[in-house]
Design a protein around this ligand. Structure first.
Ligand code: HT7
Ligand code: ZN
Length: 875
């Protein structure tokens, strides 16, 4: 596939103002008639050919203003319909296509899931339904008439409001939906089938009553209560936090079991992967509940950031995704603990986005070229994109940020816009020059911010010197300095932030140092005592902060920093220092060191009942193996990393056994299960304590974990205990796995957890176990959730076994990619990106990873999706 470039953007030559779709559903021969009101755009020459996108379409007929076109007046292939010389004035084009939903294994366009019909059109799936100007800057009003056999599909849904429905001859029926809001084709959706429904209502701040409906597989209605509650809270929050009200009479969500991603924000008709809807205490973990809340909110918030104001082209994807992730993160922070949410989000950012930015798939938040847009739904666009919005808020302050958002909504409602338009709204509303800020969207890579500090006790002066740099990334060898907002405090000996009399040398506003130059010095005067600088509080910029603090400083901050995020970060930094040292020792076959001061710091957190249990649970968790590998950066030996981490966990478990025992006993929850954040935090801390006790070893800990598994009255505890037993290779692991399987056989989303635990087990036998599990009756290569739980978790959640020294892990995943590529290229390409850090491995593994990638690259045919990832990975 040839590359698409941002610089080549041209407005569409034609506009489509309305489209009336008639979809006569049939499992293998669905007939789609599309009647479109089309006009030439200003600047387009008269009678310029009209080129409509298609993908695997079979054209049945084409009419202009009701008259069938002669064959020389158009040209059709499955991928393109060209009307050679359309009328000069406005005209109606009617196109009839035939499609086969059952044969659609890509899950893009119209497909079948569990016998129902559903659609997925983002990014370029609408062209698999009918020929169209399938680009986000063509906004049309959609009317959708669906016809189907009543027995097969009693429920018929599309975007907007229901305007008509009724019976047809031969046991068929129809429904007509109209969406008055002009929208791009990627937001089109229709669903049909046998579905159960849960109903509720929401009254908006202006007093309009909105019907809320969640459709699921019949029988699963009781598992939708939390999703409905999360939806109502999201609707209220968007009114409160952003002044945004819902705009249609009805908001519908449909849960499907075959879905490429998490969910989709189609106007008025969100389609969800059922794992982000269905929950009850027996089958969903606390993390599942939190994810459901976040994804429901995310898709709902898209109604304004994405739907009412959409993207001009796919390069602007972060305009809707980064902004909407920021909005859902803020929502969850307000519903739960802000500090805990921030720590969880930054953990995710570092493990996914920093890893992406450090490898061959690095790209700017707003890319300037792509070959396959589906490969740009990345951690960089979503998670780093959200960080840029957070920084914008830090730079402008909460009022300036809200003023900019208000200006953006006022100015661009109903339009398809760019990142420049977005920033201009903030610049205009606040009178701020954001031209340097724009670099965050254009430059890939994670900037490093090196800091040194010097204290002049006699002169009561503290000088901080910052130096920023950004490593080369594909196509971008040299970077310009960026505007890095560093939130800070100067922590005095008593743990309180010290005041200062004056500041010189750099812009400091409130609690933020604005680093804008490559080398940046700031001097605080009137500083009465030697402080420990607490920098980048709340992770105020997505950078790597380097240096400046000793282990003693970090230990001090871990115990005293007033910013909970930086308390957590200080412990992580201490642990990372120890773990990288221990990894080098393990690689050299030497004993791994421990450190009493670190163990004491962990003990202080574990034993501090004044701290939020959820915070303690996070603070007690060591950096993951992949994070340690990224910190090491080159010649990584994943076995040595695992040895070092396992040894440190055992040392912590042994040293703090009494504390963890007391925590475990003290946190026993006697009341009925509730998914609220406080209760979830207590469970998280108790399960961390249990895991450390097991890491220390001994029959008593094993028996306790086994009992924990058996006594669990909720999935969080049951899964935590089973995972601990499996990872510790405890004798009770097999019994727990067998019990879990039997208890939840027939519930695919729970069996996914059973697959995942086994796929992540850090043992040499795991690969053959995973191979064997691909033959399990509950596994299916055609269901993305199953593939992600078994193969995806093996590739991304099992560093020692995916990166086996003999290369068998790489070969297995490469073969799985090739197999999946024949049916679902999007899922295949995403799995292949598990190789993104291959160049950081030690030479033997690096060679084997490269061989596996080359084997994929040499295969024909390959989808554009996999071709794109493999060629960038090898570049
Ligand atoms: N906007 C949605 C993205 C999405 C998607 C993209 C490509 C292929 C399938 C897809 N399913 C959903 C999801 C979101 O970010 O809200
Ligand atoms: Zn989104």
């Amino acid at each position: 596939a040839s590359a698409v470039r941002l610089a080549d953007y041209r407005p569409p030559e034609y506009r489509i103002d309305t489209i009336t779709l008639t979809i006569a559903l049939d499992p293998t021969e669905t007939r789609v008639s599309a009647e479109m009101a089309i006009r030439r755009n200003s600047g387009t020459p008269r009678n310029a050919p009209l080129r409509l996108d298609g993908d695997e379409l079979s054209l049945q007929s084409v009419k202009v203003d009701g008259k069938r076109l002669s064959e020389d007046a158009y040209h059709a292939t499955p991928d393109l319909l060209t009307i050679t010389a359309p009328p000069d004035g406005a005209f109606t084009l009617t196109v009839e296509t035939l499609i086969d939903p059952t044969a659609n294994t890509q899950l893009m366009g119209l497909y079948r899931s569990s016998g129902n019909y559903c659609t997925q059109c983002e990014a370029e799936g609408f062209r698999r339904i009918t020929y169209f100007l399938d680009r986000p800057d063509v906004l049309a009003v959609y009317t959708t008439r669906i016809e189907a056999k009543k027995d097969d599909a009693p429920i018929l849904l599309a975007n907007g409001n229901l305007t008509d429905s009724g019976d047809l001859p031969d046991g068929r029926h129809y429904a007509v939906w109209n969406d008055p809001f002009p929208k791009p084709s990627y937001l089109f959706a229709m669903v049909a089938g046998s579905l159960g429904v849960v109903e509720d209502t929401f009254t908006t701040q202006s007093g309009r009553k909105v019907d809320l409906k969640i459709y699921v597989e019949p029988g699963k209605e009781p598992r939708c209560a939390y999703a409905m509650d999360a939806l109502k809270r999201s609707m209220a929050w968007d009114e409160e936090a952003f002044g945004r009200e819902y705009d249609l009479d009805i908001f519908m969500i449909v849960a499907v079991s075959d879905f490429n991603m998490g969910a989709m924000e189609n106007k008025g008709l969100n389609v969800f992967n059922d794992r982000y809807i269905l929950a009850d205490p027996q089958t969903a973990t606390d993390q599942d509940y939190a994810n459901i809340e976040a994804v429901i909110a995310h898709e709902y918030f898209h109604n304004w950031t994405g739907n009412r104001i959409t993207c001009r082209d796919w390069f602007q994807l972060c305009l809707k995704e980064g902004l909407t992730v920021f909005r859902d993160q803020e929502f969850s922070s307000d519903q739960r603990s802000r500090a805990v949410k921030r720590i969880s989000d930054v953990r995710l950012l570092k493990s996914h986005q920093f890893a992406e930015d450090a490898g061959p798939l690095a790209h700017p938040v707003r890319p300037n070229t792509y070959k396959e847009i589906n490969n740009f739904y990345t951690a960089t666009v979503y998670e780093k994109g959200a960080e840029l919005i957070r920084m914008l808020k830090t730079v402008l302050g909460p009022e300036g940020f809200r003023a900019g958002m208000d200006r953006y909504f006022e100015r661009h409602d109903g339009q398809a816009v760019t990142v420049e338009d977005f920033l201009a709204a903030f610049a205009d509303a606040t009178g701020t020059d954001l031209s340097q800020f724009m670099l965050w969207y254009e430059q890939a890579g994670t900037p490093a911010l090196a800091v040194t500090s010097a204290f002049d006790a006699a002169g009561e002066k503290l000088t901080l010197t910052f130096e920023q740099s950004c490593p080369p990334t594909p196509g971008q060898p040299v970077k310009k300095p960026m505007h890095i907002p560093v939130r800070f405090g100067l922590v005095g000996p008593d743990g309180q932030d010290l005041s200062y009399a004056a500041v010189s040398g750099a812009t400091v506003s409130g609690d933020t140092i604005h680093v804008v130059d490559e080398r940046h010095k700031v001097t605080f005067s009137g500083v009465k005592a030697l402080p420990v600088p607490s920098l980048l509080r709340g992770f105020s910029a997505p950078v790597k902060l380097v240096g400046g603090l000793t282990a003693a400083d970090l230990t001090f901050l871990a115990g005293h920093d007033g910013d909970p995020f930086n308390r957590w970060q200080a412990i992580q930094n201490l642990a990372m220092g120890l773990l990288t040292e221990a990894t080098a020792a393990a690689h050299a076959g030497k004993p791994t060191p421990t450190d009493d001061a670190f163990l004491e710091a962990m003990g202080a957190i574990a034993g501090d009942d004044g701290l939020d249990p959820a915070f303690r649970a996070l603070a007690l968790q060591l950096p993951g193996e992949t994070d340690i590998a990224r910190d090491i950066g080159e010649d990584v030996d994943p076995d040595a990393v695992a040895t070092a981490r396992t040894a440190l966990r055992a040392a912590i478990g042994t040293a703090l056994g009494d504390t963890f025992g007391a925590l475990y006993d003290g946190l026993a929850d006697s009341g009925p299960y509730s998914p609220d954040a406080a209760a979830a935090g207590r469970r998280a801390l108790r399960n961390v304590a249990l895991d450390y006790l097991l890491a220390a070893g001994g029959a008593a800990a094993e028996a306790r974990t086994r009992d924990h598994y058996l006594a669990a009255d909720n999935m969080t505890d049951r899964l935590a205990a089973m995972t601990s037993l499996v990872n510790a290779s405890a004798p009770a692991a097999a019994e727990a796995l067998a019990d879990f399987h039997d208890r939840f056989a027939g519930d695919p989303l729970v069996i996914d957890k059973w697959f995942a635990v086994q796929a992540a087990a850090p043992f040499a036998e795991t690969l053959s176990k995973v191979e064997e599990l691909t033959g399990h009756p509950a596994f299916s290569w055609s269901n993305p959730n199953r593939v992600r739980s078994l193969i995806g978790v093996f590739a991304t959640g099992n560093p020692t076994q995916f990166n086996r020294a003999d290369g068998a892990g790489f070969e297995f995943v490469a073969e799985a990619v090739l197999r999946l590529d024949r049916s679902n290229p999007q899922v295949a390409a995403r799995l292949l990106s598990a190789f993104r850090s291959w160049r950081a491995l030690e030479p033997e593994r690096r060679e084997r990873a490269e061989a596996a990638l080359r084997q994929v690259a040499a295969t024909t045919p390959l989808s554009a999706d996999v071709q794109d990832i493999v060629s960038r990975s090898l570049d």
